[in-house]
Design a protein around this ligand. Structure first.
Ligand SMILES: Nc1ncnc2c1ncn2[C@@H]1O[C@H](COP(=O)(O)OP(=O)(O)O)[C@@H](O)[C@H]1O
Ligand SMILES: [Mg+2]
Length: 223
């Protein structure tokens, strides 16, 4: 059995909406192995983003616990959570979330500044080359295609050398061919040893992962 990178036990999350309680995620157990590529699928509102945000330590669960690389996270204060998150997890979102006034190169370097790490220009050049962005290094996000913008956000997710990438509908704003290329890139990164958890609506793309988890009404219905 391979090592576990992330393990969740009894994870649940409820939101208050007016007078009702929305159970976005119900008592969920899930373990992801090091080097595994996992897809999460399910209808809109089934709790996919909630699960990903909890696993990514972006939100705190209503109950349950998460351990990341063998380390229990439940007791960590926000300041330490931020550190663990920055060092261990790379995030990719549907909306890319690039800073519009920074170049491609600067967007990729940004997490290093937040982590107070020095910028190794050769490494950044290597990341841009791997992502086929070298010719775009000095361009601003609005000059890029959707696929290029998503590759920049993947570069930004990789720059701190995380053990795992978590992506929420990363191809939701991309055409089929471009989405396919992003998945090929994920596959290549996974072959290099990176773990990935990718939320998607697209069953065909989901099938390219090692493992497909289906959610419905805040519960895992198949794995
Ligand atoms: N911040 C929030 N406040 C209230 N309800 C929320 C919030 N975030 C998600 N929900 C609700 O939780 C459920 C699951 O949402 P979500 O995890 O975003 O689903 P998915 O990503 O599968 O579309 C939905 O009913 C949604 O409306
Ligand atoms: Mg969602």
């Amino acid at each position: 059995m391979r090592d576990t990178i992330i393990a969740a036990r009894g994870l649940s999350k409820s939101y208050r909406r007016g007078s009702e309680n929305v159970h976005a995620l119900r008592a969920t157990d899930l373990s992801v192995g090091k080097g595994e590529f996992v897809s999460i699928v399910g209808p809109s509102g089934s709790g996919k983003s909630t699960l990903l945000h909890l696993l990514g330590l972006l939100e705190t669960p209503s109950s349950g616990r998460i351990s990341l690389q063998g380390r229990e996270t439940s007791w960590l204060k926000e300041r330490d959570l931020v550190k663990v998150r920055r060092g261990s997890i790379g995030f990719v979102f549907q909306q890319f979330l690039l800073l519009p006034t920074l170049t491609v190169e600067e967007n990729i370097e940004l997490p290093l500044l937040f982590s107070r790490k020095s910028v190794n220009k050769d490494r950044i050049a290597g990341i841009m080359e791997m992502l086929e962005l070298t010719h775009r290094a000095r361009h601003l996000p609005h000059q890029l295609s959707g696929g290029e913008m998503q590759r920049v956000s993947i570069g930004r997710a990789l720059v701190n050398e995380p053990g795992i990438i978590m992506a929420d509908e990363p191809t939701g704003n991309l055409d089929t061919a471009t989405a396919d290329k992003i998945y090929s890139l994920f596959k290549r990164l996974n072959e290099g040893g990176l773990s990935l958890i990718v939320v998607t609506h697209n069953m065909e793309l989901a099938g390219r992962a090692d493992r497909v988890i289906r959610l419905r009404d805040g519960q895992i219905i198949s794995d």
